[in-house]
Design a protein around this ligand. Structure first.
Ligand SMILES: *Cc1c(COP(=O)(O)O)cnc(C)c1O
Length: 400
């Protein structure tokens, strides 16, 4: 290998470090939870965890673990096959039918991740004659998936319904055969919910389909945790829902597309990440099935999650932190500058609170933040501990 290439990479890495944008992974010695054991230099210490997508606290749930263990014994460790060759077990079909029933759709198709679901959903369904109209803040996997399709691409500024309407008109003028509006259900960096009633209304007026990526909602938002369509009363008007088993629903891995039968059937024939990638491990499928059962009746966990979010918001606002307003368990604390965000994250870490600083390229330059996420796994005392740590760290750094 030419040393020039590796030297080039070293200089790119040095640039990332100089810009204060270098990400370092903390290592956890134990299960995911409200309190975690962080290991550094051979020493472990406990921390309150405010950065998992473990909204319902199911990542180490005893019933889910038991379901996964039983599946290991009954169905083995792995499938060593893609679904259509010899990788479909009763478990996989049960999971697909269960998530579809939960979300009120005909059927669903499971992928190894929602990144794959979003990567594979557009190309088989939409061709060069069609238009995909996408919110500018949509998840990276949607952006990549749309790029992989031949459909004509249109973009509207985040949550800007006037611009969405302009794009729908443009697509009509361009002679689009079918139009799809695609949005995140919850925008994960800011924590706000998409305006699905307005989107559904525009979709109806312009004859467009609607797809919602509900990764940050399925399981914990809306009645029975059925996500943003249920939360906003638009269930019947959303054509395609994609989501993950890697967040609220147990947090292991796996993604899905839930939709009308012909949509799911065609994806099973043509979606490339489905055709050319291994089946979900049986234990993960069984654990995720159990997670849906738990989530559906977890009003107690949802109430605790909402109470924590309210308490944490109030505590940090009272201290003078700049929060992005919202009604989800995602509570971003704005620091704007990447280095300030990193210093606060470090100071919190020293005070036993684990948070993640987000900065470019995950959020725009100048919009660096600490994104906190509440979890039903936290106790009220954990939330208060975190508020005190933020207050102390923020004051000692002169941020509040
Ligand atoms: C997390 C997330 C994904 C990716 O899901 P995985 O199952 O982890 O691949 C896709 N879209 C959104 C909006 C997400 O938040």
């Amino acid at each position: 290998m030419s040393s020039g290439f590796l030297d080039h990479l070293e200089s790119v890495l040095a640039g990332i470090r100089e810009d204060g944008l270098y990400k370092v992974e903390r290592v956890i010695a134990g299960p995911q939870g409200g309190r975690i054991a962080i290991e550094a230099d051979g020493v472990t210490h406990q921390a309150v965890n405010l950065c998992a997508n473990n909204y319902l606290g199911l990542a180490d749930d005893a019933d889910i673990i038991a379901a996964a263990k039983t599946a290991l014994d009954e169905f083995g460790f792995g499938m060593a096959s893609v679904r259509f060759i010899c990788g479909t077990q009763t478990l996989h079909r049960a999971l697909e039918q269960r998530i579809a029933r939960y979300l009120g759709k005909d059927d669903a198709i499971v992928f190894a991740a929602c990144f794959d679901a979003n990567g594979g959903v557009f190309e088989p369904l939409f061709g060069a004659e069609d238009a995909i109209i996408s919110d500018a803040l949509n998840h990276a996997s949607i952006i990549d998936g749309v790029r992989l399709s031949k459909a004509k691409r249109y973009r509207f500024a985040n949550a800007d319904m006037n611009e969405l309407e302009t794009r729908l008109k443009e697509a009509d003028r361009d002679g689009a055969r079918f139009k799809l509006i695609v949005t995140d259900g919850v925008f994960s960096m800011d924590g706000h919910v998409a305006n699905l009633p307005a989107i559904a209304e525009l979709a109806q007026r312009y004859g467009a389909l609607v797809m919602v990526d509900d990764c940050h909602a399925t399981g914990h938002l809306g009645p029975q945790g059925r996500g943003t369509p249920a939360l906003t009363g638009t269930d019947g008007r959303i054509d395609i829902v994609t989501g993950t088993f890697g967040k609220s629903l147990g947090g292991a891995m796996g993604g899905f597309v839930a939709a009308a039968q012909p949509i799911v059937d065609l994806l099973r024939q043509r979606a490339r990440p489905y055709l050319f990638s291994n089946s979900l491990a049986p234990a993960v499928a069984a654990g995720s099935l159990e997670a849906i059962d738990i989530a559906e009746r977890a009003d107690d966990r949802r109430a605790r999650l909402a109470a924590h979010a309210k308490r944490f918001r109030q505590g940090l606002s009272a201290t003078g932190f700049d929060l992005v307003p919202g009604e989800t368990p995602i509570i971003p604390v704005m620091l704007h500058d990447a280095r300030r965000a990193q210093s606060l994250a470090k100071a919190l870490h020293e005070r036993g609170v684990h948070v993640a600083a987000f900065f470019f390229p995950v959020v725009p330059k100048g919009a660096a933040r600490i994104r906190t996420q509440m979890s039903a796994a936290l106790s009220e005392a954990d939330v208060d501990f975190a508020i005190d740590a933020f207050t102390d760290a923020g004051r000692s750094l002169g941020l509040v």
